[in-house]
Ligand binder design. Sequence first.
Ligand code: PLP
Length: 378
Amino acid sequence: MNQRCLEAMATPVITARGGEFRDVMADLNSGLRYAFNLTPSQPVKKTHSWSSEDDYKVMVVSGSGTAAMEMLIANRFRSNDLVLVPTNGKFGERVAEMCKRFCNVKHIKYEWGRAFDLYELEQQLERGCYEALLICHNETSSGITQDAPAIAEMCNRYNTSFILDGITSIGGLPVHLEKWNVEAAAMGAQKCTAGPSGIAAIAFTTKFYERCKAIREQGDSNALFYLDIISAFKKGDDDQTPWTPAINLAMGWSAALNVLKEEGLENRWNRCQSLAAGVQNLFSHLGFELPADPFQRSSTVTAIMYPEGINDQWRVDLKERYATQVIGAQDHLKGKMFRVGSMGETTKEEMIEGCKRMLECFKDHGVTIPEVDVDSFF
Ligand SMILES: Cc1ncc(COP(=O)(O)O)c(C=O)c1O
């Protein structure tokens, strides 16, 4: 998080129900529309800052990205609906698991890091039995970005709703909700927008909301209260939330989104892409194995397998000796892989320095690393 975000979070606390907080919400809504790549709204209260000329509304969720996904899924489906969830990593699998709590799921599990078989997905959609197809757009656990335009095209052809976990894509790589006709998507503050953790947002169409409302009116909705979209919707036009919001997190996120606006969304996408390309080319050049399919590697996170004989002790040493943190892997890849983030506000200089420290730390652990000009990869 940058200084502006931190300082905004340190602002003396204000009440949730006064005009001051409505100013914060309007600014935040407008920033969210920008990050979601939607048409702009004014950052001014009483101007319906959560909506604009397109068919989407944005909504802040007090909770992390998981709460935002749960809000989308729990409100949108009835227990007898059937949804299709293809996955190739931990977070997609979590989407499938979450859906199972609220509806029926056909979970097509691909190996972590392998691209979906679009022919198989098309065969499924052809059956005409799915209410929606949900994906984790950028699979943070294995470093692969799904081919969203191709999946969107199929969903549109088979008249199936398309819903995205965009938690590590929105704000960090190209996402076109309107062009792809995405019905709803979720994002988390702490990822591509370098905001605070514990706050998230959703964007959704009129069709999405009407469906949630119809299910409620038919008395068919899942058991939920805190994440009830109908309660939240009623407060939207007033730049308000139904329950006490995460006030200081909202102030911090709003400041981070203003930093994003100043950088420019496409500039951020391009910066993340070039940082990721640098990391991927450097480590591939040095002979490390990257588990994600090369033509769909993520530009916000790179997953890299450890060389023979290295385990997570390397990460501990990297943190302690080199004051540098990368994240480990999950589930069956735990201790076998590490992940390098290139999202948020990371600069080229910071990434180059980080890579140099990683290579030094591998040398400390006995890995033979040939002399290489790290800067030249970025
Ligand atoms: C793609 C993806 N989805 C969901 C989540 C969960 O988000 P949160 O931890 O903010 O609840 C993460 C977190 O890393 C993620 O990367």
